[in-house]
Write a protein of this length. Structure first.
Length: 343
């Protein structure tokens, strides 16, 4: 086969401030499976969180900054309208000027998209080693009185190091993508972009029949529509990835889906006929970190399982856009940490 793009290391960062969901409806919280989340401070930006995750990566693994030749940052709330936050991070992280850098704006499907982008850059000879970052500061854009949305999300960032690795088969393969832009408004911040310019669009608050309040400058989510979308699109996504990979469910070593909430994942797992496959479903202490949920999940799994046995791991992201993507990842070539990470 020769060389192909391979996930070699993952590190994460959670801001120190923690908020519990104890003031929320406890029946709803039990359904979500989210007891607490981490919040970025007023001073912390998405770039700051991504910087800390990358620094953790360099601290925990024998990875040289000078070897990185491309930075990909998945972020929906960049530090500035311009310039690109990934460019700023190149300098802050001390990565050489010969490095390429770009932001891309995706939410819950963003990590798997990033793996596809990294694979494309690496396997066409445009890059040898890629630093893939995700950073979410959603809680800065959600009204605390939106009780259907605020308890779900948590802030955090992840850093993934990918390098070319010799192997008999690709380490990342069988990507399947999907997009339904007709439902773009099911998760949206309506004002603040070039469609509804900040200086020209007054802030307007609205409260629904259940007492949930948000403004047009904050995240608005139709939870029912998103649930139906997930249950409609993810099962056929799983079937298509397996068909493309030439695998059965029995061949899978693990499944790591976007960690939306416990209720949704329990339902999706059943509908995808994955009850007999190890399946990550645990965001009790961090909440939905959007594009970071899959790498947070992988890191947690690798702390409890030998990565050498994780050759066929099904990854699936789905959400904002609406967009969805699945693939198979071979995690058997992960690097060893310099030291045990503090829990």
């Amino acid at each position: 086969m020769g060389k192909s793009a391979c996930i070699k290391a993952i590190a994460t960062y959670l801001p120190p401030k923690v908020e519990t969901n104890e003031r929320e409806d406890q029946r709803f919280i039990k359904k979500l499976g989210i007891q607490e989340r981490h919040l970025a401070s007023k001073e912390e930006s998405a770039g700051d969180l991504a910087f800390e995750a990358a620094e953790n990566l360099f601290r925990q693994y024998d990875i040289r900054r000078e070897d990185i030749d491309f930075i990909l940052l998945c972020v929906q709330h960049p530090d500035y309208q311009m310039p690109t936050t990934a460019c700023e991070l190149q300098s802050r992280l001390g990565i050489p000027n010969s490095c390429g850098a770009l932001d891309y704006n995706l939410g819950c499907s963003g990590y798997s998209y990033g793996l596809a982008l990294a694979k494309g850059l690496m396997e066409t000879g445009l890059a040898e080693r890629v630093l893939l970052l995700t950073s979410s500061v959603y809680l800065k854009y959600i009204n605390k009185e939106d009780h259907a949305c605020y308890p779900l999300f948590g802030d955090g960032a992840t850093a993934t190091y990918l390098a070319m690795e010799e192997g008999e088969a690709p380490f990342l393969h069988s990507f399947v993508f999907g997009t339904d832009g007709s439902r773009y408004d099911k998760i949206i911040v309506p004002a603040g972009g070039s469609r509804n310019m900040p200086r020209e669009t007054p802030e307007v608050f609205e409260t629904d029949e259940r007492g949930n309040t948000h403004s047009n400058y904050e995240v608005a989510m139709d939870g029912t529509a998103i649930t139906y979308f997930t249950l409609r699109e993810v099962p056929p996504l799983v079937d298509r990835v397996l068909e493309k990979a030439g695998l059965t469910r029995e061949d899978l070593d693990y499944c790591v889906f976007h960690q939306a909430n416990k209720f949704m994942l329990d339902y999706v797992r059943k509908k995808c006929k994955l009850l007999d496959v190890p399946f990550h479903n645990d965001i009790e202490r961090i909440g939905n970190t959007v594009s970071g949920t899959i790498p947070f999940g992988i890191e947690e799994i690798l702390e409890e399982h030998d990565g050498k046995n994780l050759k066929n791991v099904l990854l699936a992201g789905f959400g904002v856009g609406l967009s969805w993507v699945g693939c198979i990842a071979d995690l058997s070539r992960m690097m060893d940490r310099k030291y045990t990470r503090e829990r």
